[in-house]
Write a protein that binds this ligand. Structure first.
Ligand code: SME
Length: 308
């Protein structure tokens, strides 16, 4: 069945381009939503007085992708803590929101929004969650030149970090590769190899929770320490706190375990079991540069960890 959902995620050129690459999406359309004027022009919306948000209508085949997964992908492309801006773009038309058309979708979205609020509170305790969850008021397709803008203008303005497109492909390729594979070690091995191939990080691998300790699992990169205790290092802290930890500079993380002196920044993402509460492993990635990892890495790597 074909369903519809509306995503406001900043400049619609980039958002449209992103969703075009999502498997299961059958059509995307740039437009203006939830404003006060019918059939507004870009110039009218640009004044920021009509109340519209630049929005992308996404039609999708619900047998191939569900609303929860689409919404998780959407959140990987935005910063929900920003008020009326995304990337370099500022104005109420660039506010973020998800606009639904059915009661059933509202319920799915309410649930996903509470999860996203929790994740933001973990990642950035000071941040305020700003993304709107509202019924669609009215959607008007934008002028023709806005449609397929980044296909018509390769290299044109896109507020999204190029990394989101690389991660989207990586996520979808990994999903296709591990789908139906019941052995977790095999899924981990495939995951570490694919992340290394696409992202070229210095060290990517898993530590599994075994008998109250983290034990080295499948990885790519130089040799690493075999076991890490509960609450020790970045990995043991991520396991203990059940949350993603981004370390911009390993020297600033008390208790960081240096498996290699070349590692300068790190991200660790917990892997949860089927019920979502027990942490069964962590995904650990190291970079030789300072400040490699940000919200984009954290949100996509959480999606990737869910495949494990
Ligand atoms: N630095 C990690 C240890 C694992 S290595 O990075 C591969 C930590 O502090 O937990």
């Amino acid at each position: 069945m074909i369903n519809e959902i509306y995503f406001a995620g900043g400049c619609f050129w980039g958002v449209e381009h992103f969703f075009k690459g999502v498997q299961g999406v059958t059509s995307v359309r740039c437009g203006y939503a939830n404003g006060s004027l019918d059939n507004p022009s870009y110039e009218q919306v640009y004044t920021d007085k009509t109340g519209h948000a630049e929005t992308v209508r996404v039609l999708y085949d619900s047998e191939r992708i569900n609303l929860q997964e689409l919404t998780r992908l959407f959140f990987a492309t935005i910063d929900p803590s920003l008020l009326n801006r995304q990337g370099h773009d500022v104005g109420t038309r660039y506010r973020t929101g998800v606009f639904y058309t059915t009661e059933e979708d509202r319920q799915v979205l309410e649930q996903e929004f509470s999860r996203q609020r929790e994740l933001l509170a973990q990642d950035a305790p000071e941040a305020v969650f700003r993304t709107e969850l509202l019924p669609l008021d009215k959607f008007f397709p934008a002028e023709e030149y806005h449609h397929d803008y980044l296909d018509k203008n390769p290299g044109g303005y896109c507020h999204l970090d190029f990394k989101v497109f690389v991660y989207l492909k990586l996520y979808q390729d990994l999903k296709a590769l591990v789908e139906g594979e019941s052995d977790q070690i095999a899924r981990m091995a495939e995951c570490a190899a694919l992340i290394t191939e696409r992202m070229k990080f210095f060290w990517t691998g898993f530590y599994r929770v075994i008998d109250g300790e983290l034990v080295l699992g499948p990885f790519q990169g130089p040799s690493a320490c075999l076991r890490i205790g509960f609450g020790k290092g970045v990995c043991g802290t991520s396991w203990k706190q059940k949350k993603t930890i981004v370390v911009p500079d390993v020297e600033d993380f008390p208790g960081h375990i240096a498996c290699s002196s070349l590692s300068r920044s790190e991200i660790v993402v917990p892997v949860f079991g089927a019920d979502g509460s027990v942490c069964s492993a962590v995904l650990d990635i190291d970079s030789t540069e300072i400040g490699t990892f940000d919200r984009t890495d954290a949100t996509f790597l959480r999606l990737i960890a869910d495949l494990i």
